[in-house]
Ligand binder design. Structure first.
Ligand SMILES: C[S@@+](CC[C@H](N)C(=O)[O-])C[C@H]1O[C@@H](n2cnc3c(N)ncnc32)[C@H](O)[C@@H]1O
Length: 227
């Protein structure tokens, strides 16, 4: 039985998924669907791929794992190949935040109530999208890899997101409300790196000045002990 290894960011994603049917959008090597099924975290998985090379790779990986009955590989763009109500959750990992947001914006009624997103850059755009689209930030990790990778679980919910309560909105949208409350080493290092970079270019009236203020506010929040 093959049990593909996952890097740390996909291990973090794996730990946030537990449902009946899951969709992995932009699945490529399809390692995540294979592990999800093997570990019983989902009963079935739909792996969606847009591009021919990764699509072929996903099909080969599923065939190698002999999980064709539980993992279906579908060709298509974003949520296009998913029917409304067909899946309980979806993951979108290893892409830029702009790409992920565009996929989410086009999904309409195909969007499930639980989303796990892992952009390769800042998650700011995705937190803004979630805020406007009625999803709450329910879990957040910052995984140290080639870059610091944010991993977020977003759950559809009504009302204002309690994760942001008592925090500076700018700082929490940029650095993550739950990450700020946790104040972990990786986040503190990321904020300190931002401050050093921004101090070199910031001047009153420039966007970088505001970014520097946001970073300083975020650093203060991590040490204030706010939970
Ligand atoms: C860098 S890979 C990440 C693979 C895997 N999710 C991971 O995190 O390791 C991104 C994949 O998303 C696919 N992709 C990009 N845009 C897509 C879209 N709109 N719909 C489906 N797949 C897409 C690409 O073809 C590529 O295989």
């Amino acid at each position: 039985m093959t049990m593909p290894t996952l890097d740390a960011r996909l291990e973090a994603v794996l730990g946030l998924i537990c449902t009946d049917v899951h969709a992995d959008i932009g699945s490529d090597h399809a390692r995540l669907p294979v592990r999800l099924v093997r570990e019983g975290r989902v009963r079935r998985c739909i792996a969606v791929e847009l591009n021919p090379g990764p699509l072929e790779q996903a099909r080969r990986s599923v065939a190698r794992s002999r999980l064709e009955a539980q993992i279906e590989v579908r060709e298509g763009d974003g949520f296009g190949p998913i029917l409304p109500g067909e899946v309980g959750s979806a993951s979108l990992c290893g892409m830029g935040a702009h790409t992920i947001r565009r996929i989410l914006e086009r999904a309409g009624e195909r969007l499930p109530s639980v989303l796990i997103v892992q952009p390769n850059d800042s998650a700011l755009l995705l937190r803004l999208w979630a805020w406007a689209a009625g999803y709450h930030v329910c879990a957040e990790h910052l995984i140290v890899g080639y870059w610091p990778y944010p991993v977020l679980r977003l759950d559809r919910a009504s009302g204002p997101d309690p994760a942001y309560e008592g925090l500076s909105l700018d700082a929490a949208l940029k650095y993550g409300p739950l990450l700020l409350r946790a104040g972990g080493e990786a986040l503190v290092q990321q904020i300190r790196d931002d401050i050093v970079r921004l101090q070199k270019v910031a001047a009153p009236g420039r966007e970088s000045w505001q970014e520097l203020e946001t970073a300083k506010t975020a650093l203060a929040a991590t040490s204030s002990g706010i939970k």
